[in-house]
Each structure stands twice: as C-alpha cells, then as structure tokens.
Design a protein around this ligand. Structure first.
Ligand code: ZN
Ligand code: ZN
Length: 365
C-alpha cells in the first residue's frame, strides 16, 4: 500500500474539505516533513471566512512544526538538519540572492514576495502540499527552517510564531534595553509574547492591560507569566497606576497589540514617558482614534514605530526561550484538534461561536 498524505483544502470561503495527495520525494535542495503540529492565528480565520481572499484552492496552515522524513543533500547542508530532526518552518520563502533578501527583508523577496507564503499557495502548484493542515508538508529549496530541540513538545513549539513576534515587536523594533519599563496593551497571545520577550530582554517592570471580563483570564495569565501589573482598563486607569508605580517616569517602551480597540492609541501615547518609543503592531482594523492628541508626541518627543511581521533572529530567540522552560507555556488555555475537528476550532477562534476561544489553538494532524 502506498502511503498518502491527508490534508484540509480550503476550496472557497468556509468550504474546508479533506483530500489526499501523493507524498512527494525530495530532490537536491528541498525536503518533506511529517507535520507534528500546526498553530492557528488570526490569519487562519481570515482565510477561512474569505476576509483574506484567495481565488484558488489551497491547504492553509503557516505555523508548522514537523519532523523531516526526506531531505535532499543541499538542503541538509543549508539548513543543518537531517532526517528525523524536528523543525519549525517560517511562513515566508527567501531566494537568498535578491536585494530584499540580502538586506534581510526577505518578506519582500523578489522571487516570492508576501503572497507566496506557506498556507496560501494553490494546490495546483506541484506538489500541492504547501500548508500545515496536513499530515505531510513540502519544503521548497527557498524555505527558512529552524531546528527544534527533540525534547520540546511540538504543540508548545508552535508558539515560535507569536513569541517570535513578541521578540521583534517588544525588543528589536523599539531597541528595548535592560532595566527599561514596558507597557503592553492587549493581553492576548501576542501581548503575552511581548511580555515574555521584554522580561527576557531584562525589562525591569512590565504592565499589561486588557479590557473587560473577556480579558480577565488573560490578565491573570499575564501575572502568571511575570507581569508586574495586569490592569483591566474598563475598571482602573492604567496611566495613573503606572505613574504611581514608576514615580512619574512612565514607560520607556509601549507596545500596542490591540485590534479593534480605537481608544488604545491615545492610551499608548499617554503611557509613554519622555523620549519613549511606542510600537504599533499587528493591524488595528479601525480608523478611529478617540482621545488621540498629536501634541503629546511632540511634548514628550516620542518615537512612534510600526511593526508588521517577524524575522529569523526573532524566531530563533523564540525557540530558544520555549526550550528553556522558564515560563508555564503548558498552562495556557489551549485546544488541540485533528484534521476532522479543526474547522470547529477555527470558527471558535474567530469568536463566531459562544465558546470562549482558547489562547492557543493547534492542529495535530
Ligand atoms: Zn499565524
Ligand atoms: Zn529573494
């Protein structure tokens, strides 16, 4: 019997169906992995609902952790991995030779670009297995892979994605230094990742904010992960609290990872101290900015920075932090599903069902 790969194909919005495919063979510089786990994030439900549109059928899943089962000699050399090794796969491909790639800005690779990303490539392009909602995934020669330690649970390892974002958004983009004070707006998985990254970088004090009852558990989790303060802004004024806690210094770095929270911008600016850096990360999905007062940026000589994606050094830091075992990653509210039950979780994570979405959703095919 020839073994087949099984995968979920998004044929059109909200039409996720199971298909089987031939398992490809590696050639010189590519590889095939058995998918151990694939993390889910906001992009997954945007793809599912069609908010992130596609005119073709594809296998979603762009947060893959897998075990190499077949690898070409050149790939082995380039990636430093062999059959049996576990790897984490970055979402973007990089040719390594174009100007963008050489400048480290490989999301804009001239050969691949932002659209040619894993979990978003047509099944008509051989060998079809370009996404993580599958038992097997193909790794092109232009893949960027990171080795994952064998003793790290692959489900936990999928957190390399949000945690990588945390290291880029809270540490490298604002150039966070040791003993600085950090404020993080938004207690979801990305806010939590920013908290961990800030603590790892030596931040002396970190405040995390959330809004209302739906964030209570998340604020509690932030405390468990080392937040010095976790504030529900629907009940308390974080500006006043931070002013008291820091004797008026306020935050050196503010990271706003909220979405659809228009008043967060004004609050982020208010939480920053003189000369502070304010990072706006992810996407805000709103054009309103109630209470935003531009002169505060001028008076406090703030630097406002935008951050969209993640880069290889940040992913590497994330995997290192996950393996150190210094944070209770197992304790996150988590739901693990298989290919047959994945659709329900994707719907739930979009907030479309009554069930409270877990902080960490993972497919183990
Ligand atoms: Zn993602
Ligand atoms: Zn390139």
């Amino acid at each position: 019997v020839v073994e087949k790969a099984h995968a979920l194909v998004l044929e059109s919005p909200r039409r996720l169906t199971k298909h089987s495919f031939d398992i490809p063979k590696s050639s010189e510089a590519d590889a095939v992995v058995k998918v151990d786990a694939c993390g889910l994030c906001g992009t997954d439900h945007e793809q599912y609902t069609g908010a992130f549109p596609a005119s073709f059928a594809f296998i979603p899943g762009h947060e893959t952790v897998g075990t190499v089962i077949d690898i070409g000699p050149k790939a082995k050399e380039k990636w430093g991995v062999k059959e049996g090794d576990r790897i984490a796969l970055e979402v973007f491909q990089s040719c390594g030779n174009c100007q963008a790639c050489l400048a480290g800005n490989y999301r804009n690779c001239e050969k691949h670009g932002v659209m040619d990303m894993y979990g978003y490539i047509s099944i008509d392009k051989p060998p079809s297995l370009w996404g993580g909602y599958a038992t097997h995934q193909y790794l092109s020669a232009d893949s960027i892979v990171h080795q994952v330690p064998a003793d790290l649970d692959p489900v936990i390892a999928t957190l390399f994605n949000p945690l990588g974002a945390g290291f880029r958004w809270a540490v490298s983009v604002p150039n966070l230094k040791k003993d600085e004070i950090v404020a993080i707006l938004g207690p979801g998985i990305r806010g939590l990742a920013c908290l961990i990254a800030a603590k790892e970088a030596g931040a002396s004090f970190v405040i995390v904010t959330g809004f209302g009852d739906k964030d209570l558990d998340r604020l509690r989790t932030a405390k468990n992960f080392g937040a010095d303060l976790a504030i529900d802004v629907s009940k308390e004024d974080p500006v006043k609290i931070l002013r008291n806690a820091t004797s008026g210094h306020m935050a050196d770095v503010v990271v706003d990872v909220t979405a659809k929270a228009p008043s967060a911008l004004a609050q982020a600016i208010e939480l920053a101290g003189f000369g502070g850096r304010v990072v706006l990360a992810g996407t805000k999905l709103s054009s309103d900015t109630p209470g935003f007062w531009p002169d505060a940026i001028i008076y406090k000589e703030l630097t406002v920075l935008g951050a969209l994606g993640v880069d290889s050094p940040a992913y590497a830091k994330a995997i290192e932090t996950l393996s150190k075992g210094r944070y209770p990653f197992e304790s996150l509210s988590r739901q693990v599903v298989n290919l047959d039950t994945a659709e329900q979780l994707i719907i739930q994570m979009a907030g479309e069902s009554n069930a409270v979405p877990p902080q960490h959703g993972v497919i183990v095919p």
